[in-house]
Design a protein around this ligand. Structure first.
Ligand SMILES: Cc1cc2nc3c(=O)[nH]c(=O)nc-3n(C[C@H](O)[C@H](O)[C@H](O)COP(=O)(O)O)c2cc1C
Ligand SMILES: [Mn+2]
Length: 454
């Protein structure tokens, strides 16, 4: 059995559950892996054993459902949000170990990344292959504190890469600090990670908070880290592949069209370049890929993290909040449903404003009562039909700062909308117009108990 902090441990679990599909037929890393992952977007994880011209297999669609996260973290599905919340509140600091299988094979610069790693080319108009599941570790040049996040990296030939980071993301803030100090920024990219590491990297925490602490909280034990060989950074010892590189904030590359989670191409302009110093990996490394664009796994990773952190934050100020669910139709980023238990008058609006204020991305937030399933779009629509009065339950706030990823932003602002579809005090009282229809309770109980005999 593989180490429980490794991605391959999760692959073993999935295989045992019949949820890992092995593709033995040769596949081309140019567009074919992309097409197969898209066609099987919500199906079993896909392990491409035979990628043409590559020395290692590729795995994709690994975490495309909430139940896969639960399996990977070894917890019941219903406790996923609470588990994440605990991990954010009470992280566990990582430990350093001396040896790592991820350093079994070492490639020193000058090297050709495309010859070492089977990085897929995803979409027709993108200008090169993108690494999409690279967990990037960096340290704040001022404080020395660690940051862990995912950003896509495009292969530019040889050991050169483009790093596509949003302006407000911590890695960019560290690059800005390095630039101001006239230095470059070392980064280490771990590919092929346990769900705890991937999910930890997505949590909305402050600059200076180490996402590896959260990953430890998710695992229930310290993440074991190993020191890199050519940069002063540490990566998970159980990862599959490590790229050690230096990001040069003065060196910019025009990115051209790149896929984004709404499913469109976007043009962000110039991006920072990085130069690889060294690549290390397991002798039998498995390359992990996340299908980018409007794809389940890509959207869900952010959705689980945003939902869990918001649930904790909102509950701490409004106890009526039970859960925040970030929807797949809203690309796991833009739309959320807040489940509330008998909120007081006006509390639905308050919860909605807090959620939209805290997460830049959120622009359509619906509050529902906790007697419906927030994950069920039909139940949410039922709530709107049954409990929402447009003239008093709708909030429309134009001109709010938007995320650069929002497909309809204007000068980086967007109109945010909230809808309160909860019950109000007094709703459902006996004989009232919101009293649910029902047969007498005694009859229902008797029939229910004897249902098998009917
Ligand atoms: C599969 C995947 C790909 C991502 N790609 C990018 C990207 O290319 N650029 C980016 O800025 N953020 C990207 N993100 C989002 C960031 O990783 C995420 O917002 C993270 O929390 C930022 O970390 P930070 O808070 O430390 O800045 C991606 C997320 C996922 C799950
Ligand atoms: Mn961070």
């Amino acid at each position: 059995m593989a180490d429980r902090q490794s991605m391959r441990h999760v692959l073993e679990q999935l295989a045992a559950a019949g949820d890992l599909h092995e593709v033995s037929r040769p596949v081309d890393r140019r567009f074919e892996i992309s097409a197969l992952l898209k066609l099987r977007d919500q199906g079993p994880a896909q392990l491409f054993r035979n990628v043409a011209g590559a020395g290692m297999p590729v795995v994709g669609n690994l975490l495309n459902s909430r139940s896969r996260y639960a399996l990977g973290l070894g917890i019941p599905l219903e406790t996923l949000d609470a588990h994440c919340a605990r991990a954010v509140e009470a992280g566990i600091s990582p430990t350093i170990v001396e040896n790592s299988p991820a350093q079994e094979v070492v490639h020193e610069a000058p090297l050709d990344l495309a010859a070492i790693l089977p990085v897929p080319t995803w979409f027709e108009h993108e200008r090169g292959p993108y690494i999409t599941a690279g967990v990037i570790v960096a340290k704040d040049p001022e404080t020395g504190l660690r940051n862990v996040s995912i950003a896509r990296l495009r292969l530019e030939g040889g050991g050169r890469m483009l790093v596509g980071i949003a302006k407000n993301h911590h890695l960019n803030l560290l690059a800005v600090k390095a630039k101001a100090a006239g230095t470059s920024l070392e980064i280490a990219i771990a590919i092929g990670n346990h769900p705890a590491v991937l999910l930890g990297s997505q949590m909305y925490v402050r600059l200076g908070e180490d996402e590896f602490d959260i990953a430890g909280g998710l695992l229930g034990e310290p993440v074991r880290l190993v020191r890199c060989k050519s940069v002063d950074l540490e990566v998970p010892a159980e990862t599959e592949i490590v790229i050690e590189a230096v990001l040069n904030p003065e060196d910019l590359i025009e990115e051209g069209p790149v896929s984004e989670f709404p499913g469109f191409y976007v043009r962000y302009g110039p991006a920072i370049a990085a130069e690889v110093r060294m690549v290390t990996h397991r002798a039998d490394a498995i390359y992990q890929a996340v299908l980018p664009g409007y794809a389940r796994e890509h959207c869900l990773m952010g959705a689980v993290a945003i939902g869990a952190t918001l649930t904790t934050q909102l509950r701490s100020v409004i106890p009526a909040v039970r859960r925040v669910f970030v929807t797949p139709g809203g690309m796991g980023r833009l739309h959320a449903v807040i489940s509330m238990h008998q909120p007081r008058l006006g509390e639905g609006k308050r919860a909605i404003m807090l959620a939209m204020g805290m997460v830049n991305l959120l622009k359509l937030v619906t509050a529902v009562e906790d007697d419906v399933d927030p994950e069920d779009p039909v139940a949410v629509e039922w709530s709107l039909a049954a409990r929402f009065r447009g003239h008093e339950d709708l909030i429309v706030i134009p001109g709010v700062k938007a995320d650069r990823c929002d497909p309809v932003h204007e000068d980086l602002t967007v109109t945010k909308i909230g809808m309160v579809a909860t019950t109000r005090p007094g709703d459902g009282a006996a004989g009232g117009r919101s009293e649910f229809v029902a047969v007498p309770a005694a009859v229902l109980a008797r029939i229910t108990a004897e249902i098998e005999s009917y």
